[in-house]
Design a protein. Structure first.
Length: 377
């Protein structure tokens, strides 16, 4: 490597790319966690894992990854599935645009790449939901081809090792250094090792330098400067308190309406609900007026059955659940609606708070309870 190469300028004193790659390789083989997506790292499995890990913890991804792969074992199976099935499988992982993008990308891979993920960065980045980092991860881990990639972990590890100060230009230096290391060893091992090192050893606060393969030449360690790249302190988010009323109709089947096409949780279903503007009114009365105003239904009776709390971004929502007995079949003029037997609720994609309500309804039904007193088992 010549000295005008950006990566050469970023290397810590006393270390070459090859030495760093070798140190990473040895450490990874000794210390890496056994994770399901690391076994048989086919392009499809790596892609699904990287997308799942984007906003979900490793612990949460572990069982869900295996379940997803069982249900959609390859690109063609994913492309052939309905969006509703994919959303349903993704339920609970959050950030549902990831599931929609996986589904759209699978169709593109079948249509334009013969059902095989491409290995070049440009083609990967042309697929929905695959950005620069994920493309680099797929190329290096799945195809074992040299790639630069920068996430918070890799940025911190390489920034500290090479003494790169955080800045816009630093991003490029870290990328080039990662590319250079991956080209000096097994890209599959080197890039995974950098990610793993950032997760397990080079922690934002209190890095475990004694266990690190870079400890003999790491600039941050030698200069005892861990203040850079320690990770930003989370800002106090301004929490907005919200109240909603959610209606479960007391009919043999569950009345669901589709989520709006252009908002959060689109493609999923929910029990009818509405934001409460007048916090002084009782939930049952609010539900009655929502039913009349938004659905043109005058309920026979309404009963407040409980409340739950959920939080999405800065919105902390108190959700009042009201069971309504309706005079006949419900409907909805503005959105799709459907009636679903309790036994089929599990297969319908519902946002997490709605799933909690559905579970309660199913257990009430199994226990033979009818809160409107229409008899039970
Ligand atoms: S020696 Fe310490 S600071 Fe440097 S990379 Fe390793 S864990 Fe991070």
């Amino acid at each position: 490597m010549t000295s005008d190469c950006p990566a050469a300028q970023s290397l810590p004193a006393g270390a070459s790319s090859a030495e760093m790659a070798t140190a990473l390789d040895g450490w990874f083989r000794r210390s890496a966690r056994r994770l399901p997506w690391r076994e048989a790292p086919t392009p499809y499995r790596v892609w699904i894992a990287e997308v799942m890990l984007q906003q979900t913890t490793v612990a949460a991804c572990r069982p869900r990854f295996e379940r997803f792969i069982r249900r959609f074992p390859d690109v063609r199976a994913l492309a052939a599935a309905s969006l509703e099935d994919v959303l349903s499988e993704w339920e609970g992982l959050g950030y549902y645009s990831r599931a929609r993008n996986l589904w759209s990308a699978a169709k593109m891979i079948v249509d334009f790449h013969g059902g095989e993920l491409p290995s070049d960065i440009e083609s990967l980045q042309a697929l929905p939901g695959i950005g620069k980092y994920t493309a680099g991860a797929i190329r290096s881990i799945a195809f074992d081809l040299p790639s630069g990639m920068v996430d918070a972990n890799i940025r911190r590890v390489l920034g500290r090792v090479a003494g790169i100060e955080p800045s816009n230009a630093a991003e490029r230096s870290v990328f080039q250094l990662c590319l250079s290391l991956s080209a000096s060893g097994s890209p599959r091992i080197v890039n995974q090792a950098l990610m793993e090192l950032g997760s397990l050893v080079c922690l934002p606060r209190g890095p475990l330098c004694g266990e690190c393969p870079f400890r003999s030449f790491c600039r941050a360690r030698l200069e005892e400067r861990f203040d850079c790249w320690h990770g930003s302190v989370p800002k106090e988010a301004r929490v907005v308190q919200v109240e909603e009323v959610c209606i479960t109709a007391s009919v043999e089947e569950n009345w669901l309406i589709s989520r709006p096409r252009d908002g959060r949780w689109r493609g999923m279903w929910e029990f009818p609900r509405a934001r409460v503007e007048d916090g002084s009114a009782a939930p049952a009365e609010l539900a009655r007026s929502v039913l009349e105003r938004d659905f043109g239904v005058v309920p026979v009776s309404v009963q407040h059955t409980g409340s739950l709390r959920y939080r999405v971004t800065v919105h902390d929502t108190q959700l009042h659940i009201v069971s309504a007995m309706l005079p006949g079949e419900p409907g909805c003029a503005l959105r799709e609606w459907r009636l679903v037997p309790p036994a089929e609720l599990a297969a319908i994609p519902l946002p997490s708070p709605m799933r909690r309500i559905a579970r309660t309804l199913i257990s009430q039904r199994l226990a033979g309870l009818d809160i409107h007193g229409r008899g039970g088992a």
